[in-house]
Design a protein around this ligand. Sequence first.
Ligand code: PRE
Length: 107
Amino acid sequence: MDEKELMSIYETEEEARNVLLKSRKRIDEIDNDLVNLISERTSLAKDIVSAKVFLGMEIYDKSREDEVHAKVSKLAQEKNIDDDILSDIMNMLTILSKNKQREFLEE
Ligand SMILES: O=C(O)C(=O)C[C@]1(C(=O)O)C=C[C@@H](O)C=C1
């Protein structure tokens, strides 16, 4: 969409400002939900690492991470989200989990 088409979407500054504010309010709600979900995902580290210790498994499980990335890559394509960026986000989530698992082992 070129700038001329973008400029024709709104009739007044107030209308454009209201859309911006409403969108930002919704982003704040989504960000809050995302942090809650990341917290819940990371909190599973305690059960995961205790099971791994009992099973004699390492914290890092390449096959499982490959599975996570394959699942997310498929979702990225379905939802037209940049695959590389979403993969980077998933890498950060697995790092959060591994760090938390190591923390529990060091307690
Ligand atoms: O499922 C596991 O084995 C986990 O430890 C969780 C998790 C993840 O965050 O998805 C983290 C580290 C492992 O390398 C694999 C996956």
